[in-house]
Ligand binder design. Structure first.
Ligand code: IPD
Ligand code: CA
Ligand code: CA
Length: 261
């Protein structure tokens, strides 16, 4: 892929993420939003919807022939040359509870599930994580790389229970127990995109979560891959069901071994 094309897409994604980040912070400060429930433990606010509108509007102006897959508006006509995968606020529960760990997540792909550009913006921290294929991964302009932790006993893991699908809980917690017994500690931040970006930056080492949407992780995984990490899905990637394993690469096989017992 031509680097100039990647750069154009990255620049527009960064501008849209920054604008949406400012809009979300303004909404959070004014508390001018309503929370509604989409499904069990799956929430949306009007700030999510406004952010998605803003992001799609900005991108469409720059790339009128491309298509969109947004968490809130779904799939636009799929005939475009590229597809933008958008989570307008990842960490919605954090957002409306006043926890600062929420992000704007924007990815661009031509081939499905192979994101070429990823941007994860954390407006509360003003941290901008981004990457484009072959061009490296960055946080606020500084190159980032996954950790060198290869001993699982030293690994800081992210594991997230299937809070919307309690029927999967027994198998999940059995796997988390095995991971817990072999690692240093487990964290959960409430934003899949943020967690992937943190692994990319070497702040965390591995991640296991069931039943994510592709919009939750597309941008984070683009950044993680460019930072030297690894990710896959038990059962493969899909728009609506990703059982994701992500890591610094060094503990990847170990995570899979614990999951499969
Ligand atoms: C959620 C967050 C959360 C993850 C959920 C996601 P949302 O996205 O990424 O960390 O555990 O499964 O759906 O609803 O805040 O955009
Ligand atoms: Ca999400
Ligand atoms: Ca969301």
């Amino acid at each position: 892929m031509d680097q100039a094309i990647l750069r154009q897409h990255l620049d527009v994604a960064i501008a849209a993420a920054r604008a949406a980040g400012s809009q979300a912070i303004a909404a959070e400060m004014s508390k001018h939003f309503h929370v509604t429930t989409k499904h069990t433990n799956d929430f949306v606010t009007d700030a999510d919807k406004e952010n998605e509108k803003l992001i799609i509007g900005m991108i469409r102006k720059a790339f009128p022939d491309e298509s969109f897959f947004g968490e809130e508006s779904g799939e636009s006509d799929a005939s475009g040359t590229g597809r933008w995968v958008i989570d307008p606020i990842d960490g919605t529960t954090n957002f409306f509870r006043g926890v600062p760990d929420f992000v704007i997540s924007i990815a661009w792909e031509i081939e499905k599930y192979h994101p070429l550009v990823g941007v994860v913006y954390v407006p509360s921290q003003k941290e901008l994580f981004y990457a484009a294929e072959g061009m490296g991964a960055f946080c606020n302009g500084v190159p980032i790389h996954v950790s060198t932790v290869s001993d699982p006993k030293m690994a800081l893991m992210v594991c997230v229970p299937p809070h919307r699908h309690h029927a999967c809980a027994d198998a999940y917690f059995a796997a988390e127990r095995r991971l817990f017994d072999g690692c240093s500690d487990i964290r959960s931040f409430g934003s899949a995109a943020l967690e992937c970006a943190y692994i990319a930056a070497g702040r965390l080492d591995g991640y296991y979560e069931l039943l994510l949407g592709w919009y939750d992780i597309a941008a984070g995984l683009a950044i993680l891959r460019e930072a030297g990490g690894k990710a896959d899905c038990v059962g493969g990637f899909s728009d609506t069901r990703c059982d994701v394993v992500a890591s610094n690469g060094l503990i990847h096989d170990w995570i899979h071994q614990q999951i499969h017992g």
